[in-house]
Ligand binder design. Structure first.
Ligand SMILES: Nc1ncnc2c1ncn2[C@@H]1O[C@H](COP(=O)(O)OP(=O)(O)OP(=O)(O)O)[C@@H](O)[C@H]1O
Ligand SMILES: [Mg+2]
Length: 315
């Protein structure tokens, strides 16, 4: 559905996007992550034909965005960064305008507008000037504009930026409901969003892809993936604690004083599952457990590691 081929963008001395290639299939929701200035928006602008690349191209539904921009843009819905709108129009007139630009007329146009409004729940503000709408509603108008022609490919640049938790949930719900029928790319700084809506995530740093995988695969790269956290009633004997660190598959045992002593995190070597041997050991020694918890890992650790650490430099 979408093939990005060696996209590169240079702004004078700045190499904003550096030879980025990836493909996205129908039914996939690809999360685009990366620090500020990583090149996410620039990549999206090139994919949607708003910016011409220095090198490379994107093929959208079989159409090269540079050679056949009109055909390619026909199958793309794009919510640009900051969701720019015409403030003196109403959602109704703005959607009417975008549907007309998309070539829709008559009853097709009317039904496209009501469908987009219903999906984004804009009916109650349909006739209110956009400049008087709250930020969340403005963003929904931007989303409705991207959906009005029921495109096969959706490119959404930070669709939930600045929304309250309920509205974030709603926008994710909309994305989730459409996902099976479309190809969707969203950029976000909210890492929990990746788990909530994305089937796959790309992390980019300094214009290059530094990680690509399902949310579960990326989370598994966290140093605490499969670690076991224990909170105990009493501090165990030092010798028993030391022996815990020597169980096969255990790399180390950290004391977690911030949880209120005594608490420990048992870190596995290379993410090896250690829950069974650790819990057996703990019960053999009759340690009184207040809490035992298997860590899945945190995407933010992985994000920090690949965007600031040695892996980013090596990529
Ligand atoms: N029109 C432009 N002229 C010059 N430099 C630009 C232009 N647009 C983007 N850049 C630069 O390109 C780099 C990538 O910017 P981009 O907006 O793609 O980042 P981003 O990943 O979307 O960041 P953010 O998370 O802050 O939205 C930045 O260094 C930015 O300053
Ligand atoms: Mg951006």
């Amino acid at each position: 559905m979408l093939q990005v081929q060696s996209l590169t963008k240079r702004f004078g001395p700045i190499l904003a996007v550096d030879d980025v290639s990836f493909t996205v299939a129908k039914g996939e929701v690809l999360g685009f992550l990366g620090p500020n200035g990583a090149g996410k928006s620039t990549t999206m602008k090139m994919v949607t034909g708003f910016l011409s690349p220095t090198a490379g191209t994107a093929i959208v539904c079989g159409h090269d965005i540079q050679k056949s921009p009109i055909e390619a843009k026909r199958c793309i819905g794009y919510l640009p960064e900051g969701a720019p709108l015409y403030p003196d129009m109403t959602p109704q007139s703005f959607l009417g305008f975008t549907a007309a630009i998309r070539g829709m007329t008559g009853s097709d146009r009317a039904s496209a507008i009501s469908r987009a409004m219903a999906l984004t729940e804009l009916q109650q503000v349909a006739s209110q000037p956009i400049e008087t709408l709250s930020k969340g509603f403005k963003r929904r108008v931007g989303l409705a504009q991207a959906l009005v022609h029921d495109p096969e490919v959706l490119v959404l640049d930070e669709p939930t930026d600045g929304l309250d938790p309920n509205q974030k949930h709603q926008v994710r719900q909309i994305i989730h409901e459409m996902a099976a029928e479309k190809t969707i790319i969203i950029s976000t700084h909210i890492l929990e969003e990746v788990d909530a809506v994305c089937s796959r995530a790309l992390i980019i740093a300094k214009g290059r892809i530094v990680a690509d995988g399902t949310p579960a695969e990326l989370t598994a790269r966290s140093p605490i993936h499969n670690a076991v956290t224990l909170r105990l009633r009493k501090t165990p004997p030092a010798g028993e604690l030391k022996a815990l660190g020597q169980i096969a598959g255990v790399a180390s045992v950290e004391s977690l004083s911030e949880l209120g002593a005594p608490a420990y995190r048992v870190i596995p070597a290379d993410g090896t599952p250690i829950l069974q041997p650790v819990s057996k050991y703990v019960s053999d020694k009759n340690w009184e457990i207040e809490e035992i918890h298997l860590e899945k890992g945190h995407l933010d650790d992985v994000f920090r590691r690949v965007t600031t650490g040695t892996e980013a430099a090596a990529a």
